[in-house]
Design a protein around this ligand. Structure first.
Ligand code: GAL
Length: 433
């Protein structure tokens, strides 16, 4: 009897799950189109989830303010989990998604972070009807749409484009120390020797993910655009001597960084340059946002920039976007939010403060700083390659495993071992041909 009861319970549970899944499935297929067609004014709770808090918050706040003006009946809950590049937020998001408690919309990088993680596991709503209704196929670059889309649909709305291969410095400090901006790694190492003799840290660095970002900058410099791309398409073996040279150069670079890097945020690493403890920092151009918006520094006068050594003519790219997960409680408000993210007014409110350039091609560039104008020129003219540290070229499985490889390399500095380990994680994460 007891056995029978247990069996019956199991059957009911399984049926319940199957029913819920089916419900969710039907909803997901129809929701976006229905929301657009019924044109109901959004209201109720809208939880948006991101890692843009504190120093990273002002741009998002500007977008939210604008959104609230257009949707006064929506109660927007700005859920943030701090931690550069989403190191903490992504883990929290995963728990919530798997636990059936998704927010209405969440920040996600265009590329493999979106497709390899959330689209492949069938967790996102297809936004194609919204792209059609908003005429977004005309205003977002085709390459960018390819990164947020698959044959089955379009899965997020890009809000900004960031460049990750930027080297920041303070012009007055370089002048004082009698050094110029290095454009190659040989020049960088020569300048570093001079700086070390004066007690200056040549390159400031933060926690592990910032090391990954520096690594991708060096990989681009050592491999060049074609081989860098070949690494991600599986056409260049991780065990190739060229890749070993990337790790060796990276090891030499590590010797020029601050000893307390692992405990530092990216903002603190930027602060080291500003205070004159360090000469250079490699970081995506949210650092420009931090210096201009939070610290009120003036680009060109108070801070300078150049491509990271050896990457002239290349733009290491990433884009932040917002997607809507299946099963979100208020799809009407979620659609309103992502529409704001993709709108011209929204992008022109957000990006000038963020240090990024708009993802749309029709933005009003007169609103942007001299830094962002130069980044926009680079984006238009340079070879575009994807960022590893910010979700573009590799799926999250690989990125997580790469963290372990990086951690190991920092301890043993064994370039060969790092190459072998990468070859293995590329295989396990389906990144080989
Ligand atoms: C990136 C993100 C940027 C910025 C940065 C630092 O991953 O795309 O918008 O937030 O992290 O946290």
């Amino acid at each position: 009897m007891k056995k029978m009861l247990v069996m019956l319970m199991v059957v009911f549970l399984v049926m319940g799950f199957a029913f819920a899944e089916a419900q969710q499935e039907t909803m997901s297929e129809q929701t976006i189109e229905k929301v657009i067609k019924t044109n109901v004014m959004a209201s109720g709770d809208l939880e948006i989830f991101s890692w843009w808090a504190g120093d990273e918050g002002p741009a998002l706040e500007a977008l939210i303010t604008q959104f609230k003006g257009n949707y006064p009946k929506v109660n927007l809950i700005n859920a943030t989990v701090t931690g550069g590049s989403g190191v903490n937020a992504k883990a929290v998001l995963k728990t919530r998604m798997l636990g059936g408690d998704p927010p209405e919309a969440f920040q996600v990088h265009a590329g493999q972070e979106l497709i390899g993680t959330w689209v492949n596991s069938d967790r996102m709503l297809d936004l194609t009807p919204l792209f059609e209704a908003e005429n977004w196929f005309e205003v977002f670059p085709e390459d960018l749409i390819n990164l947020i889309g698959t044959d089955e649909g379009i899965w997020s709305v890009p809000v900004c484009v960031h460049k990750s291969n930027v080297m920041w410095y303070i012009p007055a400090n370089l002048k004082k120390w009698g050094v110029t901006v290095p454009t190659t790694w040989d020049e960088f190492f020569a300048v570093a020797t001079k700086l070390q003799a004066k007690g200056i840290v040549p390159l400031s660095m933060g926690a592990l993910w910032t090391a990954n970002e520096n690594w991708e900058n060096i990989a681009l410099a050592v491999l060049g655009v074609d081989d860098y791309n070949a690494l991600w398409s599986g056409d260049l073996a991780w065990t190739d001597a060229k890749v070993e040279k990337v790790w060796m150069t990276f090891g030499k670079m590590l010797d020029l960084t601050n000893k307390d890097a692992s405990s530092m945020s990216w903002q603190q690493a930027t602060d080291m340059v500003i205070s004159g403890k360090a000469a250079f920092n490699f970081m995506g151009d949210w650092a420009a946002g931090y210096m201009m918006t939070t610290l009120k520094m003036v680009p060109e006068k108070d801070f300078g920039w150049a491509n990271t050594p050896g990457t002239t003519g290349a733009f290491q790219f990433l884009a932040d976007s917002f997607g809507i997960p299946k099963g979100c409680k208020n799809p009407t408000a979620a659609v309103a939010w992502v529409s704001a993210c993709g709108s011209k007014a929204g992008q022109d409110a957000f990006n000038p403060l963020k240090g990024s350039i708009p993802a749309r091609t029709d933005a009003n560039m007169s609103l942007y700083s001299v830094y962002s104008k130069s980044a926009a020129m680079d984006f238009a003219n340079d070879s575009i390659v994807g960022s590893l540290a910010h979700g573009c070229v590799a799926n999250e499985g690989f990125m997580n495993d790469f963290n372990s490889v990086m951690d190991g390399f920092m301890k043993n500095r064994d370039a060969k071992a790092a190459c072998l380990a990468c070859a293995e994680i590329a295989e396990t994460n389906g990144m080989t041909k």
